[in-house]
Design a protein around this ligand. Sequence first.
Ligand SMILES: Cc1cc2nc3c(=O)[nH]c(=O)nc-3n(C[C@H](O)[C@H](O)[C@H](O)COP(=O)(O)OP(=O)(O)OC[C@H]3O[C@@H](n4cnc5c(N)ncnc54)[C@H](O)[C@@H]3O)c2cc1C
Length: 438
Amino acid sequence: MKINRIPIVDKTNGWSGILAPRAPNPALETNAAADWIVLGGGYAGLSAARRLAENCPDQHIALIDAGMAGENASGRNSGFAIDLPHNVGSSLDELEGSHRFMRLARTAIEQLETAVKTHGIKCDWSADGRYHTAVSARGVQDVLEPYAKELEALGEPFEWIDRDQLGQRIGTDHFTAAVFTPGGALMNPAALTRGLADSLPGNVTFYENSPVTEAVFENGIHLTTANGSLRAPKMILAANGYSEQFGFFRQRLLHLLAWGSLTRPLNEAERAAYGVDAPWGLTPANAFAGITMRYTNDHRILIRQGLNYCPSQAVDPSAYAAFARQHKKLFDLRFPMLPDVEIEHTWSGFVCLSQNAAPGFGQLAPNIWSAVCQNAVGVTKGTFGGMLAADMATERDNPLIGDMLSLGEPSQLPPRPFLDIGVRARFMWELWSNRHEA
Ligand SMILES: Cc1cc2nc3c(=O)[nH]c(=O)nc-3n(C[C@H](O)[C@H](O)[C@H](O)COP(=O)(O)OP(=O)(O)OC[C@H]3O[C@@H](n4cnc5c(N)ncnc54)[C@H](O)[C@@H]3O)c2cc1C
């Protein structure tokens, strides 16, 4: 089958823009063969390749990606490794589901942290916790108070932070309150993704800048690129929202475009005016109307705001300037004491969701497994999905596979254009009904 939609890698990603240049691994330019192919070099593919290499030390794993490590969604996100479910719920079933998710997410965080420490990956990995914030009294009542109750029911530690305390900790009085949870981690996601790619075991060959343009799944796996081909008996598909192109999860995946900006680092005088020194990260009560923010170790502020439904997976180049202006406006509103701080980088990245928030995980064919569709929590979900797909494919006994399978599979979406009308109407409703959280 011809692959009609190839990821386009632009040069806008701020997280990699602030790092030193990296030399990518060579592209595929021969007719190569391996024991396993892993298609996609984000958190899911990197984790799958690493685990396959550990499970099968005598076998050869070929990891292939259209672009360079750290330039995909995995390198463009807000850099939160999240350990708690977004929606907990209070029934016994829901609480049990939350415990399963936490087991999986914490295993992923442990794996990532081990890799960071073992290989000395310089990605500003830090356990700074997370503020879940509400702008309005209604947001406090509708989201934060139930969330705090659910955390209590789960037995998870948290702190209730009021406006004044929050102002002291994050330097803005924009929010009415926050629930602070100490788990998870923050990092520069491009540096983490690069570091994971550059520390793969010796029996993995990573082909970067190698878009797969054709795939044949008869008598094994046969992939073609512009200048080479790759053959193997078995494959793990980790191509996120592009998996549909390979004939899987058709009419089950939703493509959203998310926007982020990083300011330049604050100078000494600005840091004194700002009055906060420790890094922090916050998520909004409503993901559509609100904004995600971070203060980074190198004294920049991240603004992640704007979520568009984008079934074409194509970005309008004129949107960058508009989002940069919008993010500067949001920054100025929150940090009036920093009027001269410019936005240095603005970028976009694709988020792959399913309607029922289930992952595209499991066995797709006798010789093909998958770890795709991370529902906007890919740092942890991609990492444990990839690891468990490798365990499943190599028949390694792991009780977490049961936890993973219990998350279900992506449900069927209505056909277009009904889907487009429905999703756009839902987005407008979310934005309008949560406008108090903007
Ligand atoms: C702005 C933004 C903020 C976000 N914030 C967070 C956050 O704070 N925390 C969090 O957990 N998640 C966050 N996410 C979501 C997270 O980034 C994703 O869920 C995660 O990166 C998905 O990882 P993945 O490995 O499944 O996919 P990807 O990182 O998308 O990797 C898939 C790979 O497949 C490759 N591929 C596709 N087609 C082909 C082809 N034909 N040939 C070769 N290779 C191909 C692509 O090049 C790509 O590298 C955010 C996302 C965005 C965009």
